[in-house]
Write a protein that binds this ligand. Structure first.
Ligand code: DC
Length: 227
């Protein structure tokens, strides 16, 4: 059976990771979180004080060994063999990742890596430009959205469950700032691909939205394995 590419794009906090992970499991596919790759380059840049030196960030993006391993369905991210999966979720990384992802050279390196990771199909890949730039011919494209308030509430709860008390106002500000930077940047801005299906999950449970997307996939490729 042909293994296709499912591209899921959408703004921060729209539930892409949860949805992509569940879908990948249901389809028997690999799940890839491309935001984690931009976060890894951001962490590397912060650690090496490179924020004001984009050419050196580019050298880093070209030369560091950036690995994504899929362990029990989760993405683990390694920089030069160091597991940085937790560090890439820090507030500092959150605050700087949108800037790093505006850099054309960084995008070029990461898009190449993403294409190699999915060259055999059978992948659910989530990000901002998967259906528009990375895989414009992906068989299934989903654009996930939700209101800013809902997205902020979800992120707030997520932080809380990790023991991090971040004021809701800060979470809203970070999401709003990232929405603006991500959708207005010159290189590969966040936007819905013309042939993507838009799913607004503001009022949907996770099960409901996975079901909706499953129905879309079923219509597009005619089958779902692992059910
Ligand atoms: O999905 P996330 O919040 O972990 O993504 C972090 C940032 O990375 C996001 O603000 C924009 C950037 N990003 C991107 O530019 N392109 C992608 N394909 C994925 C993420």
């Amino acid at each position: 059976m042909k293994k296709v590419i499912v591209a899921i794009d959408g703004p921060a906090g729209s539930g892409k990771s949860t949805t992509a992970k569940l879908l990948a499991k249901r389809l028997g596919y690999i799940y890839i979180d491309t935001g984690a790759m931009y976060r890894a380059i951001t962490l590397y840049s912060l650690r090496n004080n490179l924020l004001s030196e984009p050419p050196r960030i580019c050298d880093g993006a070209r030369n560091i060994k950036l690995t994504i391993s899929i362990i029990e369905g989760e993405n683990k991210v390694f920089i030069n063999d160091e597991d940085v999966s937790d560090q890439i979720r820090s507030k500092e990384v959150n605050d700087n990742v949108s800037f790093i992802s505006t850099l054309e050279c960084v995008r070029k390196e990461l898009v190449n890596k993403q294409r190699v990771l999915a060259e055999n199909g059978g992948v659910v890949m989530e990000g901002r430009d998967i259906g528009t730039v990375v895989f414009p011919n992906a068989e299934v494209k989903i654009f996930l959205t939700a209101s800013l308030e809902k997205r902020a509430e979800r992120r707030f709860q997520e932080f809380k469950s990790l023991g991090r008390d971040i004021p809701i106002a800060d979470v809203i500000k970070n999401l709003r700032d990232r929405d603006i930077t991500d959708s207005t940047r010159k290189n590969s801005p966040l936007k819905k691909a013309e042939d993507a299906f838009e799913v607004d999950n503001s009022e949907l449970s996770i099960e409901q939205q996975v079901q909706q997307i499953r129905d879309i996939i079923l219509k597009k490729i005619g089958t779902i394995v692992n059910e």
